[in-house]
Design a protein around this ligand. Structure first.
Ligand SMILES: NC(=O)c1ccc[n+]([C@@H]2O[C@H](COP(=O)([O-])OP(=O)(O)OC[C@H]3O[C@@H](n4cnc5c(N)ncnc54)[C@H](O)[C@@H]3O)[C@@H](O)[C@H]2O)c1
Ligand SMILES: CC(=O)[C@H](C)O
Length: 260
């Protein structure tokens, strides 16, 4: 294995936090595989990154399919010969009162946020074991993995499950020198929060567009909402040798919102 040319996969990286994470890891010197289900946006991001001089390839797939997570890892290894970091970033949201949670919502959110993360951990870990190298797996959790939010019940439950799988995978995979951690962002202005705000406003006649986002953000002690680069900074650290002695942790990066 070539320690000069480390390779990272970032799922859900056509936009939002995943794109910022992929760009930061590229600047850290990683060869990057960007992955997303949104092919148009994915190709745009790949083109933009290539123009910036990053060593990047793209793979369109659905993280909720076990076989496609395996194919993603195989693709990375075919392109770059090895895998060092796998970031399970892809995720989806849903906003409803508890009494309106239905089968479709449960299936969609658990399939992508939870099953997708499990399949990603498995595919990456099997590759690290085959390579006989250390490896780092980093999952997208959330403040909602530490605290359960009204109107975000299913989403919060999926992020609690991600925290749980992060712990158990860290325990079981430690013997292979695989670190498994998670990042827990707070409130970042991505497409996800645009959708959450839009839905929350629909359910509350006292809210105007932008109010739900402002309400959540107003509790942040450092006085500003999260930028994608704040999240990328943490993922960069968790991907580095400096994080070698950290495993099983779901680390908050939220500007002072949830205290654990
Ligand atoms: N934005 C926030 O404030 C915030 C806070 C805490 C945690 N998070 C978590 O961070 C991660 C990224 O969030 P974001 O705000 O960038 O979201 P986003 O919606 O802006 O981007 C998510 C990306 O994932 C992709 N995706 C969705 N389903 C997919 C699938 N089945 N397979 C592959 N790709 C898929 C989307 O196409 C999109 O490009 C998510 O896991 C989210 O839960 C976000
Ligand atoms: C979207 C998210 O995870 C938090 C609730 O901001």
């Amino acid at each position: 294995m070539n320690s000069e040319n480390k390779v990272a996969i970032v799922t859900g990286s056509a936009g939002g936090l995943g794109k910022a994470i992929a760009e930061r890891l590229a600047n850290d010197g990683f060869n990057i595989v960007v992955q997303d289900i949104n092919n148009d946006l994915l190709l745009e991001t790949e083109k933009e990154f290539k123009e910036k001089g990053y060593n990047v390839v793209s793979f369109k797939s659905d993280v909720s399919k076990q076989k496609e997570q395996e194919e993603l890892v195989n693709f990375a290894v075919k392109e770059f010969n090895q895998l060092d970091v796998f970031v399970n970033n892809a995720g989806v949201d849903a906003v409803t009162p508890f009494l309106e949670i239905d089968e479709n919502q449960l299936n969609k959110l658990f399939n992508i946020n939870v099953f997708g993360t499990v399949y990603g951990i498995q595919a990456a870990a099997k590759q690290f074991i085959k390579q006989n190298t250390k490896g780092k797996i980093i999952n997208a959790c959330s403040i909602a993995g530490h605290e359960s939010y009204e109107m975000l019940g299913t989403y919060s439950a999926t992020k609690h499950a991600v925290r749980s799988y992060t712990q158990v995978a860290a325990k079981e995979l430690a013997k292979y020198k695989i670190n498994v951690n998670a990042y827990c962002p707070g409130v970042a202005k991505t497409k996800m929060w645009e959708r959450i705000d839009e839905e929350m406003v629909k359910y509350d006649e006292n809210l105007n567009p932008g109010d739900a986002f402002e309400e959540f953000s107003s509790a942040i002690k450092l006085g500003r909402y999260q930028e994608p680069k704040d999240v990328a900074n943490l993922v960069s650290f968790l991907s580095s040798e400096d994080a070698e002695y950290i495993t099983g942790q779901s680390i908050l990066t939220d500007g002072g919102l949830v205290y654990r």
